[in-house]
Design a protein around this ligand. Structure first.
Ligand SMILES: N[C@@H](CCC(=O)N[C@@H](CS)C(=O)NCC(=O)O)C(=O)O
Length: 257
């Protein structure tokens, strides 16, 4: 039996790590299928597929990959054109260091802040997590959320101290982005061309900024806390760069039915 050559992505629509992989596939115009999962209801399926519980998960031929950085590395290896890694070794190392910084330092903090706007209200959390799903899922999520809330709090650092820590670090993350932008040319973080550094920095910041080109708009109305978070950073040069990068470089979807 030959493996399906069309990659299959299991993802959370709302998530910034997932957005990295969607954008990489779309950038490379790599036709792929997507299955959206509901955060909190995803575990058994993802574990069965990949032996761990986090999304994104990508089936590529006979292999099942996870971790956005590892998936992009593999996409780049198999289909290097258009490139996401700079050709120059020093520039490539810098781009990968920026990817690592946004994945490891920034992404957990902005995710904590994003979920802090939803965690206290089961109806808001349900609207967010089950957007695009049918009534049965919405009802069961609404009933299950009070029991899942403590797990979300723990996994996402959503205690008072964790939220305060993430909020205190956010300006420093934008300082770092803006310092990288000082060294950039033509609006690209590394080497004067679009790379994994731009893709990652912009995708990670969507947790709060939500540019209109992000493929899955948040259900309206946004919780006031999220509006406040976004408005608090919207005028920063780093935030404006994220919005421009989405407007100019977020490729159309290569998803197939
Ligand atoms: N380092 C991983 C992080 C992935 C990650 O944290 N995914 C979250 C969604 S934003 C997840 O699936 N969490 C569910 C869980 O931990 O059970 C990557 O880059 O893909």
């Amino acid at each position: 039996m030959t493996a399906d050559p069309t990659p299959q992505l299991w993802h959370f629509r709302v998530s910034h790590y997932n957005e990295k992989v969607r954008w990489a596939l779309d950038r490379k115009r790599w036709a792929h299928r997507r299955t959206a999962l509901i955060p909190g209801f995803h575990m058994r399926r993802v574990r069965r597929l990949s032996g761990q519980e986090k999304t994104p998960v990508l089936r590529l031929g006979e292999r099942v990959l996870h971790d956005s950085t590892d998936i992009i590395a593999e996409l780049e290896r198999i289909r290097p054109d258009p490139p996401l890694y700079p050709a120059d070794p020093e520039e490539r190392a810098r781009a990968l260091a920026i990817e690592d910084f946004f994945d490891e330092e920034v992404a957990p903090d902005v995710r904590t802040l994003f979920w802090s706007a939803y965690i206290d209200d089961s109806a808001d959390a349900t609207r967010l997590a089950t957007d695009g799903f049918g009534l049965a899922r919405r009802v069961s999520y609404r009933l299950a959320f009070p029991f899942m809330r403590p797990v979300f709090r723990k996994v996402l650092g959503l205690d008072v101290a964790g939220i305060e820590r993430a909020a205190a670090r956010l300006p420093g993350h934008l300082d770092r982005l803006e310092a990288e932008l000082e060294r950039s040319s033509a609006g690209f973080l590394v080497g004067g061309a679009f790379s994994v550094a731009d893709l990652t920095a912009a995708a990670v910041m969507t947790a709060i900024l939500r540019p209109p080109e992000f493929p899955y708009p948040l259900p309206d109305p946004w919780p006031p806390r999220l509006v406040e978070l976004r408005d608090g950073i919207a005028e920063r040069a780093g935030s404006r760069w994220v919005m421009e990068t989405y407007a100019r470089h977020r490729d159309p979807s290569a998803e197939v039915a």
